[in-house]
Design a protein around this ligand. Structure first.
Ligand code: P6P
Length: 334
């Protein structure tokens, strides 16, 4: 049979519909919303490099339009496309203090999906032309369909996710996602506006030689984390490892998943729970990591086992190659 050289995202969803435990039509409508928003945001992110032409955030650009902060724009685009899809009943975002309830009173569209997003993670890197990303996490609601969503629908443990992924706006724009059957990466052909399957069945190497952490916070880290960082730097066996940290979670995660490595954002004496948000940064990345054979923990237990108590709660985050996460847990728990 003729093997399609380059499966598109839409074709991939249809080809794998029986592996998605919910209706594939609903998933494809959800992912189509995310895909559309990703293309719009990709266009704006790439344009941002022309700051002196289009003006910086908050100023009028040469077209006389109000130049919006890109993370505000990304947030609006994702919320707008998800609302229009008539499939989502609630959205939570890093850019919104409270969750957004989307009430559909059309009995044919009793929306049952919840989406949590970090619309533009690492956005402070845009002005220096470093890759940034969008992170999304999808659940089924737990309160009765047809009623307004409640906080309970959002405070679900990461193990309840039905899909999660990220878009990385880098040297090329990619959409990487999982529905619980492995991780697949799609690269955008900007000329056609189509995502093509470029990285099928992505796997975290069991170990690696890259560690990603902001060593500027070293003196504030718990002793176990300090000891692990020194372990990475020691001349012994396959060490010293390489330190690679670009201040963009999606980019560090993506590189480590391809090459092998660990990303760490520990708690510290200045940040008791670290910096990263459980619901729309750590849980989706943990789902992807575990689906790719990696691991994600807070240093003591799997990230996806944590029962959330607040929408924007932060957790310490260690994520990547399984053996490297297990090793840092050994140091932390010693
Ligand atoms: P720091 C970006 O703000 C982010 O949430 C992640 O993408 C990134 O890894 C981290 O924070 C960088 O934080 O404190 O090292 O600058």
């Amino acid at each position: 049979m003729f093997e399609k050289q380059h499966l598109t995202l839409g074709e991939f969803i249809i080809a794998n519909q029986d592996s998605f435990q919910y209706s594939s039509g609903e998933l494809s409508r959800l992912l189509n919303g995310i895909r559309l928003a990703a293309k719009v945001v990709n266009h704006e992110v790439n344009k941002a490099g022309l700051v002196d032409i289009i003006g910086t955030a908050g100023e009028m650009n040469i077209q006389g339009e109000n130049q919006q902060k890109l993370d505000v724009l990304a947030n609006e685009k994702f919320i707008q496309t998800l609302k229009n899809r008539e499939i989502v009943c609630g959205i939570a975002s890093e850019e919104e203090d409270d969750f957004i309830s989307i009430n559909s009173f059309d009995e044919n569209h009793q929306n049952k999906y919840i989406v949590l997003i970090d619309p533009l993670d690492g956005s402070s890197n845009i002005d220096v032309n470093v890759s940034v990303g969008t992170i999304f996490s999808i659940y089924r609601r737990v309160t009765p369909v047809g009623t307004p969503v409640t906080l309970k629908d959002f405070l679900q443990p990461g193990k309840n996710q039905i899909a999660a992924g990220y878009i990385i706006y880098g040297t090329s724009t990619m959409l990487v996602y999982t529905t619980g059957n492995g991780v697949n990466g799609f690269t955008l052909n900007p000329a056609l506006g189509t995502f093509y399957l470029s990285h099928p069945d992505m796997k975290y190497p069991e170990t690696g030689k890259i560690y990603s952490v902001n060593e500027g916070n070293y003196i504030h880290f718990p002793q176990g984390v300090k000891d692990y960082i020194k372990y990475c730097q020691m001349e012994e066996g396959d060490r010293p490892y390489t330190s690679r940290y670009i201040g963009s979670l999606v980019s560090d995660f993506h590189r480590n998943m391809i090459k092998g490595g660990i990303y760490m954002y520990p708690k510290s004496s200045v940040a008791q729970n670290g910096k990263l948000r459980l619901l729309y940064e750590c849980n989706p990345m943990a789902f992807l990591a575990e689906q790719a054979g990696g691991k994600a923990s807070n240093g003591f237990r799997p990230i996806m086992e944590i029962e959330p108590t607040e929408l924007h709660e932060r957790v310490p985050f260690f994520c990547g190659s399984k053996k490297m996460v297990e090793k840092v847990e050994e140091f932390i728990q010693a």
